[in-house]
Design a protein around this ligand. Structure first.
Ligand SMILES: Cc1ncc(COP(=O)(O)O)c(C=O)c1O
Length: 387
């Protein structure tokens, strides 16, 4: 094993984040309060949306968006099979049935034909969650298909803070909520955390209550120095999914540094594409997409390549990799629950399930780290082919 390890992901946090967390810890109020309110206002301004509600994770944000739809149990929700399990779990927790949809080979984003077939099948769909995979927003066609079928579209933007599409910055405009993650590996991190962005005031009010047990007033509203009343009501069911001020303080610093971190990500992605030009892999997407948030750098390995062997080889050279994603339909539990594919099947996801590999991508990578990853990947593929 090499001494100098290149981690797949590394949080780009420094003294400013430490100082902000420290200040919040010593401020006398460490859970959801003024830092969280400030983060929500700053994120809303950054995204150009009316409302942002900070929560404990993207999973919670998704569950809130699904709960707000208030669909009967057993309703069918279209979800790309190429996603993290939490996209589906958020719907399952609200009693919905995921219908697994296929993705486009180039972007691994929700495939319009697969969505259209499910929307127009005899059973139809009652809602859709689209995932902006790896930082690239789903196509405008996905929005049109949902709106012309009258089906609400929730955005899983765990990878898409800073992505742009036909609306400008991805931020929930015209959809049933846009859900972000501030998990440790994300472009902006507070270790754990998330947010829901929307222009819909009713969804924002619902989210503020649902993130805290369905209470009419959160703790900050009741206990802050100028609070008028300690009383509260329970206006619905809900989660315990508020974001503490200590984490919100870290996220605020990250937001201030966001553009600078994104610039470094783009440099790294550009370098990967240049250095791997002669390597027998395909990039996701094939061409650099200027609208991407560059959350992941995913390559498709040559047909027949042993991905596990290549990952092991890279690991022995001190290089961490990951897989985004093992498609949902390959997990045993989904099959046992009967959460199967939509009417057009999952040919692309099925074909590429064993071939996608995510290379290290975070702002702390140096140019020489990227060169080392590229050299190691080329060597690993060559030796795997020769074996
Ligand atoms: C596409 C996608 N959706 C949702 C999530 C869940 O995010 P969180 O860990 O903040 O709940 C992730 C996390 O990795 C993800 O990749």
């Amino acid at each position: 094993m090499a001494d100098d390890v290149i981690r797949f992901s590394e949080p780009d946090v420094g003294e400013d984040e430490v100082a902000a967390a420290g200040r919040a810890l010593l401020s006398g109020w460490i859970t959801t309060g003024e830092e969280c309110l400030a983060l929500e206002a700053e994120l809303a301004e950054f995204l150009g949306v009316d409302h942002v509600v900070a929560v404990s994770s993207c999973t919670a944000a998704l569950e809130i968006a699904v709960a707000h739809l208030d669909l009967p149990r057993g309703s069918r929700i279209g979800i790309p099979t190429w996603t993290f399990v939490s996209t589906a779990m958020a719907a399952v927790h609200r009693g919905l049935v995921p219908v697994l949809l296929d993705v486009e080979a180039d972007s691994m984003n929700l495939c319009p034909e697969s969505l259209s077939a499910a929307l127009h099948s005899s059973e139809g769909l009652d809602a859709v969650i689209a995932v902006h995979f790896a930082g690239i927003a789903v196509s405008e066609t996905i929005h049109h298909l949902c709106s012309s079928a009258g089906v609400p579209l929730i955005e899983d933007a765990a990878h898409a803070l800073g992505s742009t599409d036909f609306r400008g910055l991805v931020g929930g405009s015209g959809t049933a909520g846009c859900c972000y993650s501030f998990y440790a590996t994300k472009n902006l991190t507070s270790a754990e955390g998330g947010a829901i962005a929307t222009d819909d005031e009713r969804l924002a009010d619902f989210a503020r209550s649902f993130r805290l047990h369905g209470l009419s007033k959160d703790a900050w509203a009741r206990y802050r120095p100028d609070a008028r009343t300690l009383d509260y009501d329970v206006v619905g069911d809900g989660l315990k999914a508020n974001l503490p001020d200590v984490l919100a303080a870290v996220a605020r610093v990250q937001l201030r540094r966001f553009n600078q971190m994104q610039t470094r990500r783009r440099e790294i992605v550009t370098q990967y594409r240049r250095l791997l030009d002669n390597c027998p892999v395909r990039f996701v997407p094939a061409e650099l997409n200027p609208n991407s948030a560059d959350h992941l750098f995913v390559v498709i390995l040559p047909h027949g390549a042993d991905r596990a062997a290549i990952q092991a080889d890279l690991k022995n050279r001190g290089i961490g990799t990951s897989v985004h994603f093992r498609p949902l339909h390959t997990f045993e539990w989904f099959a046992t629950q009967g959460f199967g594919p939509g009417p057009s099947g999952l040919p692309v996801a099925g074909r590429l399930a064993e071939r996608a590999l995510s290379l290290p991508l975070h702002p702390r990578l140096s140019d020489s780290d990227v060169t080392r990853v590229c050299d190691a990947l080329s060597t690993a593929i060559d030796s795997e082919h020769a074996a």
